[in-house]
Design a protein around this ligand. Sequence first.
Ligand code: DX5
Ligand code: ZN
Length: 215
Amino acid sequence: MKTIIAPSVLAADFANLQRDVEMINDSQADWFHIDIMDGAFVPNISFGIPVTEAINRHAKKPLDVHLMINNPDQYLEAFKNAGAEMISVHIEACTHLHRTIQKIKELGCWAGVAVNPHTSITLLEDIIEDLDYVCLMSVNPGFGGQKFIEKTYDKIRALKKMIDEKGSKARIQIDGGVDEGNAAKLIEAGASILVAGSYVFKNENPKLAIEKIKI
Ligand code: DX5
Ligand code: ZN
């Protein structure tokens, strides 16, 4: 089973969004990764529902919406209607995570939980069987182009062990600082979904960059 590659549109040229969406359509990428930031949960604001809808009008591949926002429950339906097929929420932003995950599933989307670098994955023990994927943040969320945190490899291995022991179907997604220098090692550790922003969009040849990490 080949790794799922999800280029992060955050690093695209917003003034040429249709062109960049079509580049992803024509590439070996599998999903569009859509980073939603509210300026409260994370110290940055990206874009919201209308831009997600606009991307979806041209995208020929599923949208994976990463909600870096407080109170995500309030917006799940709106993002589903905007085209989301996968939705991840932050464990740090959800007081009633089980309820939030059930809501995502009721909407017919893949349900994911994103985990900040400082958050222990042991907090996933009682929810892992309900998840379609776990997004392990390998940078502090809020910005593209940050340095990959090496500790992530240990977290992937520990999470993989938990997933196998619990018989969960959850996949491990890595988000932040992914490039051709670490992709193989991440997959070897147990990741099967790679998000990549700057590496893809700042590359001279974005389609080839995608091919190189689709291992
Ligand atoms: C970070 C976002 C990431 C980001 C990754 O808050 O969740 O998806 O776009 O960007 P790169 O690949 O540049 O680290
Ligand atoms: Zn993201």
